[in-house]
Write a protein that binds this ligand. Structure first.
Ligand code: MG
Length: 383
């Protein structure tokens, strides 16, 4: 039996790497549906290689052109189109590889159908983890993280009792991004081009900026809290510039398990797609004898205040992580389009957290509304 996949965001970084894995195991996966934004040329190549039955594009004008060219495919468009793809019958895994809260409602739709989620979108659990994790349990939908740190933690926790009583700490590693060693007093001079150069990982623009500000690690801390039901005072971050150790678990007996490998997103994506199995693949492996020293250091919360803000917002709970996430999404967009400077991202997130009213147990509708209000205030409309 082939695993039937739907990929939201098939032309992005995670989407294309997911399709690399599908190509490596053509007898074991079937692509049922794809969605993309506006990279129609790449979408056409993917259609001819993977023959999806359903395709969603962001703009309806693109749908109208494609309908004539591919009469055998069912097309849809926009935000409602994503929800339609999430409801395609008999899907094994919905791969959510669109950044931002745009995929929140399609993800919830799939969970309510009992479909497993391959989760590459951090903003979903950060915004609504308190609602989504119990919902996934209720409907029997697995949440399979497609991120190196959370996939690492999942492997280190394999065989550990669900009550987590044997676990002392989850330790997420962080590369530190391109500015880990840069003098913090020069951060206001950082240009978009500098921030888009990540030393180890090949990722989309939004997450690459998040890595440069270290908000990425803050979002991952909140995700780890939800995925593994771990209090924030039992989650730590260590700087590990080589990105070979992907995360660790420290147990009550003082020992640790680490998960290691090359910094290549195809490993955690494959683990999510094949879980709980491990399949032989052709990707380059790590050679310990050529890696040199693996180093670990404390994070600098002064230089990277968003990491501290993420811990604080996580501990505050309720709608605070949603406010922080929405302000960050908007601020990163403003930075990428050169409307604000690098350190303005820190300022706008901090201001949003103090400007918007705290709600300790928001409903889904309230979370969606606050996400929109914060983005509106910062003048961000997702293209
Ligand atoms: Mg990561």
């Amino acid at each position: 039996m082939k695993k039937r996949l739907v990929i939201l965001g098939s032309t992005g970084s995670i989407g294309t790497q997911t399709l690399d894995i599908v190509s490596a195991f053509p007898d074991r996966f079937e692509i049922v549906a794809l969605s993309c934004g506006s990279n129609i040329e790449l979408l056409k190549k993917q259609i001819s290689e993977f023959s999806p039955k359903y395709v969603c594009v962001r703009h309806d004008a693109d749908r109208l052109t494609l309908v004539d060219q591919y009469p055998d495919i069912t097309f849809c468009s926009g935000a409602e189109g994503l929800i339609e793809l999430a409801q395609v019958p008999n899907i094994d895994i919905l791969v959510v590889a669109i950044f931002g809260t745009a995929s929140l409602l399609p993800t919830i739709t799939a969970i309510k159908n009992g479909t497993a989620i391959g989760l590459a979108c951090k903003e979903i659990l950060v915004t609504a983890g308190d609602l989504i994790m119990p919902m996934a349990k209720q409907y029997g939908a697995a949440i399979l993280p497609m991120d190196s740190e959370h996939a690492a933690l999942k492997q280190c926790l394999a065989g550990i009792d669900e009550d987590m009583k044997q676990v002392d700490r989850l330790i997420l590693t962080a590369s530190g991004g391109p500015f880990w060693e840069r003098d913090g007093s020069t951060f206001s001079n950082i240009q978009v081009e500098d921030a888009l150069k990540h030393p180890n990982w090949d990722m989309g623009a939004k997450i690459t900026i998040d890595s440069a500000t270290m908000m990425n690690k803050g979002l991952e801390v909140i995700e780890a809290h939800h995925l593994y039901q771990t209090p924030y005072d039992q989650i730590d971050v260590v700087i590990h510039p080589k990105s070979i150790v992907h995360s660790l678990v420290e147990f009550t007996d003082g020992t640790m398990l680490a998960q290691m490998g090359m910094p290549d997103m195809r490993f955690p994506i494959q683990y999510a797609l094949t879980y709980p199995e491990k399949w032989t693949n052709p990707w380059p492996k790590a050679d310990l004898t050529t890696l040199g020293a693996l180093t670990f250091a404390k994070p600098d919360y002064e230089k990277f205040p968003l990491l501290r803000m993420a811990f604080d917002a996580g501990k505050q709970g309720g709608n605070a992580p949603a406010i922080m996430n929405a302000a960050n999404e908007a601020a990163v967009h403003l930075f990428l389009t050169k409307q604000i400077g690098f350190t303005d991202i820190f300022r706008l997130v901090e201001e949003a957290l103090s400007d918007f009213t705290h709600n300790s147990s928001p409903s889904l509708e309230e979370l969606v509304a606050i996400d929109q209000s914060v983005k509106d205030k910062l003048g961000y409309t997702h293209a």
